[in-house]
Design a protein around this ligand. Structure first.
Ligand SMILES: Cc1cc2nc3c(=O)[nH]c(=O)nc-3n(C[C@H](O)[C@H](O)[C@H](O)COP(=O)(O)O)c2cc1C
Length: 351
């Protein structure tokens, strides 16, 4: 087999514990974004794995039986999918992990990177990751409680003076965690500055055998392929780069499999994908809630069309599917901005 064929074959799959994933391009967990319609479209466009938004373990464990499906909301036949939990109590996290698996999760992921005050004040998210022994105890309890792989997603450290991801990941590997995702920023950075992929590479060097996925500023299919093929990471998770740009995912998967990103989508093609997503959101959540939830996606999709500012200003007035369709037709006839389409910026989040 030629070296190129060998690289492409390797690029096509990634094993996490006993789970063989089609490819190592994953969708990042994003609160308020990666609900079931988002994950379904991402899977259809080729994501190797999708992940739920983070869910508090306490909310899962304490939910009445009839409310759990709303909280975790995994579809029948939705595979492969990871459910992400946040919390810091070993027993609570283990119990919540079991419930996620009963509901169909193929992987249970733990959020060790959430920077928001309401989470770190409780000792969870990025605050838990500061305490390596404590974090390992939580993850170990979960590994022992469920038959599926348990994974973790974290930042480099709390701040630039306390980078601990390599040490933390070694400890997690030691208690049976099956893969780690590193967001290449510190908690102090939140979502500012550039992700540091050299620091992410140090984690890869620090662990023995578990896959390391990188997160942060994933926007270029060819850079993703370089990083995977050079062994900097085993895979990547796409986050803000996909907001308003569904094609980034499809192009990245294509790049990895075939060595090129495939044809550049037209403005119309981008727009039709966005519309498919809005429609799925409305079908899943009902018209009233679905249209409200779609508004932010519409804002991102509209960027880069002629007269975007005027069309964006109307998003707050969208209430029905008919309103959405009307705006879609207007955006379509407005066409691409003369300066071309550009990826939207987005600067907040929970991981
Ligand atoms: C709106 C938003 C919500 C997020 N929610 C989560 C979350 O629930 N769990 C998590 O681990 N990370 C979360 N993140 C972090 C992303 O998964 C990702 O690691 C981060 O955005 C860095 O990647 P990027 O620079 O490519 O956006 C969130 C990010 C954003 C922008």
């Amino acid at each position: 087999m030629s070296a190129v064929a060998a690289v492409n074959l390797k690029a096509r799959s990634l094993r996490i514990g006993g789970l063989e994933l089609d490819n190592p391009i994953f969708i990042a967990p994003m609160a308020g974004i990666t609900d079931r319609p988002f994950r379904d479209l991402a899977r259809e466009l080729g994501a190797g794995l999708t992940c739920t938004e983070m869910t508090a373990a306490a909310a899962v464990v304490r939910a009445p039986e009839d409310a759990i499906d709303r909280i975790i909301d995994l579809g029948v036949g939705e595979h492969p999918v990871a459910a992400q939990l946040v919390g810091c109590d070993p027993q609570m996290m283990a119990d919540a992990a079991q419930i996620c698996v009963e509901r169909g999760a193929d992987i249970v992921d733990v959020n060790l990177g959430c920077p928001v005050p309401k989470v770190v004040r409780l000792g969870s998210g990025a605050a838990l990751a500061r305490q390596i022994g404590e974090t390992a105890r939580v993850l170990e309890a979960m590994v022992q409680a469920v038959p599926v792989p348990v994974t973790a997603k974290m930042r480099l450290g709390w701040d630039s003076g306390t980078i601990n991801a390599p040490e933390l990941c070694r400890a997690l590997e030691g208690v049976g965690v099956a893969a780690v995702t590193i967001h290449g920023r510190t908690r102090a950075q939140r979502y500012t500055g550039l992700a540091d992929w050299e620091q992410i590479a140090r984690v890869k060097e620090a662990v023995d055998h578990i896959p390391v996925l990188g997160s942060g500023d994933v926007r270029s299919p060819s850079r993703v392929a370089d990083r995977i093929q050079q062994g900097v990471v085993d895979g990547v998770v796409i986050a803000r780069g996909m907001l308003g740009d569904w094609n980034l995912l499809a192009q990245t998967v294509h790049q990895l499999k075939f060595g090129n990103p495939g044809p550049e989508p037209t403005f119309e093609e981008r727009l039709w994908l966005a519309r498919r997503h809005w429609n799925a959101v409305v079908r899943h959540h009902g018209e009233r809630r679905g249209v409200r939830l779609s508004r932010k996606f519409v804002v991102w999709a509209v960027k880069g069309c002629s007269g975007a500012a005027r069309l964006r200003a109307r998003v707050g007035d969208l209430y029905t599917l008919a309103d959405l369709e009307e705006l879609f037709e207007e955006v379509r006839s407005a066409g691409e901005a003369p300066e071309g389409w550009h990826r939207p910026d987005f600067t907040s989040g929970e991981g």
